[in-house]
Design a protein around this ligand. Sequence first.
Ligand code: FDA
Length: 400
Amino acid sequence: MTAHSFDAIILGAGAAGLFCAAQAGQRGRRVLLVDHADEPGKKILISGGGRCNFTNINAGPANYLSANPHFAKSAFSRYTAQDFIDLVDAHGIAWHEKTLGQLFCDGSAKQIVAMLMAECAKGSVTHWFSSPVDTVSHADGHFTLCSGGRTATAPRLVLATGGLSIPKLGATGLAYDLARQFGLKVVEPRPALVPLTLGGDEVLFRELSGVAAPVEARAGSGKGRALFREAALFTHRGLSGPAILQVSSYWRKGEPIAINFLPDSTPDWLLAAKREQPRTSLRKLLGGALPSRLADALCDQLGKMLQCDIALANCTDPVLRAVTARISDWQFHPNGSEGFAKAEVTVGGISTAELSSKDMESRRVPGLHAIGEAVDVTGWLGGYNFQWAWASGWAAGQSL
Ligand code: FDA
């Protein structure tokens, strides 16, 4: 069988692979883009509730988890959120900022995929979709791919098949398997930006399913400590909502997460309330500040410390201080997460120690690159993961 010859083969036509292919193609490289899915960018299509939160204007290395927090700096400085906004504008795609620097299409995520495909067409990128990766080998400075009965060779191979999250959208561990095949280390992949599940006594909180409240959520310890002020949502399995998804990326099995249910209150708010409204009760105060079902559930739990329906004037200051401390540092002990089936991203992946931060090329295997979610760089919720896909795809695309 004749092998098709290219300058670069890119495995994975998701955000990173499409963007990298377009860059390399437009630089005159003969690029083959391969995906087992029947269409490109399936995650882009469902992202941001169908409107694709395509970047975040605040994106910087501090918004990412990685064994090496400095690794992404070079790529982010060379391809910024503004660079991607300029591209979106050049394609006439209308967008808006929703909150916290998160940019969404006014119309549909389909526009982003169409834009990336148009950029690939501009670079004459060849694509093989519905094309499973059967084998990849490397000899005499060339990579050989066998895919769905066809063979291709190139001196450069880019791993852009993403992480393990949402297998039903086509996610597989191919990037990790190939990385290991070539001797590259992989940081243990874990589900991230994922709802957490509750069991034991905390199962009672599941009765609040559907209740949401703005909170401050914390997880992790030391350098891995994280704190997010966003909404938390109780679900029939446990905890979700942006604040929980954010801390889930830092959470490790066996560790607690802490929630401050009244993040805007001062440490002495309950003592002040006792002075100013001595006849009011804790239940009334919480009911005024939180959704009533949540206030009642907290009162049920706090009942062991004080009677929530009596006048504050009848409560001692030490007890009120203890109650305040509990409400601002409520510890949950998740018994797990909803796993890769529900995780928006994968934390961990191909070790950054194996790659050049300039062009994402392997230090061990010249010509082998890895980009996007397959690499051990994981962003917060809010457009950060796509910005990493664009920045890392651009960095590799410039060097192919
Ligand atoms: P991506 O997963 O996009 O692409 C990998 C490609 O490789 C896929 O096309 C897949 O079919 C292909 N592939 C996998 N295994 C293969 C195999 N064995 N053979 C051949 N091909 C294979 N981020 C963000 O910044 N803003 C947002 O709004 C959202 N929203 C969002 C919603 C949901 C529901 C999810 C699951 C995720 C998000 N994300 C997000 C995260 C974001 O989608 C993700 O980080 C990027 O798509 C990663 O881009 P990659 O190109 O690295 O992988």
